[in-house]
Design a protein around this ligand. Structure first.
Ligand SMILES: C[S@@+](CC[C@H](N)C(=O)[O-])C[C@H]1O[C@@H](n2cnc3c(N)ncnc32)[C@H](O)[C@@H]1O
Length: 291
């Protein structure tokens, strides 16, 4: 019987339920099968990205946009940020702070191998583990192009310190001379803002003021990049039919937005419920799903 790697994971779950096999056995079975198979484009997989990226071809990916787990004790089900907890899917997979550098070095090394020389990567990070992200980028051999700040609205209110209302985004590449960049993909050189400033210049500043999306009443995962942010990156750093990878899919935003802009995509997510949510969005071409 020929089954796809996605189906194999689901098949694995069924076997586990039915025969009560140990989970580790099934996990290895899934990983081995994925390693023997080639990862296919325009598919996503319910796996640990570090286990499978080494089966992807060297120099095959045009753009990586990713928001890795943070290594803070994030509680996915906390009813904060105005969320009703029952609509937030649980199971967020975090990494211990002491393991964060090794974890980061491991996935970044694989990305470096599979990224094309013309390609680039955008990595999002809070400030808590930024030092490990910056160190690993250097150690793996990436060249930093820009350190972008994503400024969002409604940080968590604090009494004795300033409110965190930004994220870091490291824009890096393998070869700064070969890296693709399309400076006029969004605004022409003479486009103007309402008060007569250059729109093109404003859009290319390295502080991006972009609102988070609140999906009230809909199913959601605890952290999600706004589509506007992903669209901006896709326009500046990719073309139609390019292959876009997100090793840490979460709700699948990067794959969903890439698909909508006619890019090819591939991605991985370790938490089964998030994977199923992302797959449903992709398979049914849905942006939001009513609970
Ligand atoms: C910050 S979230 C990504 C959110 C995503 N950018 C979005 O817009 O929905 C990080 C995701 O990585 C997943 N994850 C953690 N470790 C992983 C691993 N080793 N392989 C694949 N996914 C992993 C987590 O379960 C979580 O969903």
């Amino acid at each position: 019987m020929k089954i796809s790697s996605t189906e194999l994971v689901m098949f694995g779950d069924l076997l586990f339920n039915h025969y009560n096999w140990p989970m580790t056995l099934l996990r290895w079975e899934v990983v081995l099968n994925l390693k023997m198979k080639k990862i296919q484009i325009n598919k996503i997989y319910n796996v640990n990205c570090i286990d499978v990226m080494n089966s992807m071809k060297k120099n095959s990916v045009d753009l990586v946009i990713t928001d890795p787990p943070f290594a803070i004790n994030f509680k996915a089900k906390k009813a904060n940020y105005n969320r009703i907890s029952s609509r937030v899917l649980t199971g967020y997979n975090e990494i211990k702070p002491e393991d964060y550098y090794d974890f980061t070095f491991a996935w970044m090394s694989e990305v470096f191998r599979i990224l094309k020389d013309t390609g680039s990567m955008y990595v999002f990070s809070g400030w808590n583990n930024l030092k490990d992200i910056l160190q690993a980028l250097d150690d793996v051999g990436f060249k930093t192009v820009n350190h972008i700040i994503w400024k969002y609205q409604f940080g968590v209110v604090t009494k004795r310190k300033f409110v965190t209302s930004h994220y870091h985004c490291l824009y890096v590449c393998k070869d700064d001379k070969k890296r693709k960049f399309f400076p006029f993909s969004r605004f022409k050189q003479d486009a103007k803002t309402n008060n007569g400033r250059s729109l093109h210049y404003k859009d290319k500043e390295d502080v991006w003021d972009i609102k988070r999306e609140y999906w009230s009443g809909d199913e959601k995962t605890p952290t999600k990049l706004p589509s506007e942010l992903i669209e901006k990156i896709l326009h500046y750093s990719s073309e139609k039919k390019d292959l876009v990878l997100d090793p840490f899919l979460g709700s699948g935003q990067v794959a969903v937005v890439s698909k909508s802009l006619k890019r090819n995509f591939v991605g991985f997510e370790i938490v089964p419920d998030y994977f199923k949510f992302a797959k449903k969005r992709l398979d049914e071409d849905l942006y939001r799903i009513k609970k």
